[in-house]
Write a protein that binds this ligand. Structure first.
Ligand code: GDP
Ligand code: GDP
Length: 455
């Protein structure tokens, strides 16, 4: 019951989508009964969110599409999170943390007739540390006599308190103008899917592993150069290549085609180029020369893709050159040096002979699917509930931290937030991550799990 109380299951898809939709996300946070839902309704111009006089009422939906002066955004009402299982402070802090994670800007609603409470102050601290833009709504200022109450909220240190009566509409226009100023434009880069564009691949690996050979092999004469920047060989070039019946965009291929001569700083520039390609891509195909020992440079390149949160496929090239002995040692090197990416699909290819090159596309598709996986909150919590019951955290100093609730805050890659009653040891966190993978797959994608401790 505790786990359900934190966030109703109905909101699941919307919450996890919130951070990654094409529209910027505005979260409305604040203590129970300050008028968040009333404000949301006011902004939407209709009575869609349920407003109740008592705190703790679970609402049907929490994410709405809204617009103001022609600008569209997503509006998240965290009112439904106000459950008293953990106390109001914990619930409100959770809202704030969600808002910090998933929202592009935050409206903090304070009841001006009550003034700033300790809970308000605590939330302000969290919000301020996050660096997210915050607009302060001094609510329940129904008439001019309330203006002084609103002004008192300057004390919170969040800048100008905007006096508003969510109930009557007073001041909401000015508030929304301030919100739009704070809210960034829709994220500039929306990923390929949904926008209909080709998926973006970065083909990366240290010099001489066979990147340009592989590119030539898979593309043949079909490649189309896109985004060429005239007259410069330094600039990135993307190429559209048809593979397995689909068109893919290989990003920054200029660096692949140009032979990198050994010179001072070459490694540095190669690594900058790799980082830039990874940044632009959705999936990284990391090429490794299987005929040689896996090097620190190989693992560093893999880490770049993982740390950037990209889907990852590992291709072992020059397979035509492997004898029995090398194969044996290769497997041992993989076990030793690449444990942290055991989840990445693997293909053994030869850019020279074309061996298994056709397996690249299925591996890429698997990785992208893992990258986009979304676990419903209900399923996640029943899984966590069983897991925690069967494998409780070890008792430390007489206390036993428990996972109270979890939610997937985003995809591409999957990001999870676990709310726990105490600090979770690293070993236990790794255990949870491992079990999450066993249960839900996530092949080909890094996953991020963060833990929020409720004291
Ligand atoms: P939430 O739980 O924080 O979302 O708050 P609600 O939107 O449910 O509002 C709580 C109570 O405050 C309700 O009875 C509202 O009618 C009332 N309320 C909300 N905004 C205002 C306002 O601007 N002025 C006055 N007087 N009451 C308000
Ligand atoms: P890049 O620097 O990663 O783009 O690597 P290249 O594609 O230029 O390849 C470096 C060298 O490895 C060239 O001499 C290629 O002919 C050779 N090479 C690439 N792929 C293979 C392969 O699958 N098998 C063998 N035997 N040689 C390869």
């Amino acid at each position: 019951a505790e786990q359900e109380g934190f966030a109703p299951e109905e909101i699941e898809g919307e919450l996890s989508a919130a951070g990654h939709g094409p529209l910027p996300v505005l979260a409305v946070v604040g203590r129970p009964n300050v008028g968040k839902s009333t404000l949301v309704n006011r902004i939407l111009g209709r009575r869609e969110a349920v407003v109740e006089d008592r705190p703790g009422v679970t609402r049907d939906r929490v994410t709405y599409e809204a617009d103001w002066n022609g600008r569209r955004f997503k509006l998240v009402d965290t009112g439904g999170w106000e459950q008293d299982v953990l106390g109001i402070d914990a619930a409100v802090a959770a809202q704030a943390e969600f808002a910090i994670d998933a929202a592009d800007a935050v409206v903090l609603v304070v009841d001006a007739t009550v003034g700033a409470t300790d809970t308000d102050e605590a939330v302000v601290k969290l919000l301020r540390r996050s660096g997210k833009p915050v607009v302060l709504c001094a609510n329940k200022v129904d008439g001019p006599s309330g203006e002084a109450d609103a002004a008192a909220l300057w004390n919170l240190g969040l800048g100008e308190p905007h006096p508003v009566s969510a109930l009557h509409g007073r001041g909401t226009g000015d508030l929304l103008d301030a919100v739009l100023d704070a809210l960034p434009e829709a994220p500039a880069q929306t990923f390929g899917q949904g926008t209909g564009g080709p998926r973006r691949i970065a083909l990366i690996g240290r010099p001489n592993v066979g990147k340009s050979s592989l590119l030539n092999k898979v593309a043949g004469e079909d490649r189309v150069v896109v985004d060429p920047l005239a007259g410069t060989t330094r600039d990135p070039v993307d190429e559209l290549i048809e593979l397995g019946g689909k068109t893919w965009k290989f990003v920054d291929t200029a660096g692949i085609r140009r032979r990198v001569h050994l010179q001072e700083g070459a490694d540095y520039y190669a690594s900058l180029r790799t980082a830039a390609a990874v940044e632009k891509a959705e999936v990284a195909v990391v090429l490794i020369d299987a005929s040689e020992s896996i090097s620190v440079q190989d693992t560093r390149i893999i880490s770049m893709a993982v740390d950037a949160g990209r889907a990852v496929v590992i291709a072992y090239n020059k397979w035509d050159q492997l004898d029995e002995e090398r194969r044996f040692y290769l497997e041992r090197e993989i076990e030793q040096d690449l444990v942290q990416v055991q989840w990445a699909p693997r293909v053994n290819v030869s850019a020279m002979t074309g061996r298994h090159v056709e397996k690249l596309v299925p591996a890429i598709e698997t990785a992208l699917a893992g990258w986009e996986t979304r676990v419903p909150t209900g399923r996640l919590n029943s899984f966590l509930g069983e897991l925690v019951a069967a494998h409780p955290h070890p008792i430390r100093g007489g206390k036993q931290p428990r996972i109270l609730f979890g939610t997937q805050a985003g995809t591409r890659p999957p990001r999870f937030v676990l709310f726990a009653s105490g600090f979770l040891e690293a070993g236990y966190r790794r255990f949870i991550e491992r079990r999450l993978r066993e249960e839900f797959g996530f092949e080909g994608t890094p996953i991020q799990v963060s833990v929020r401790v409720r004291e």
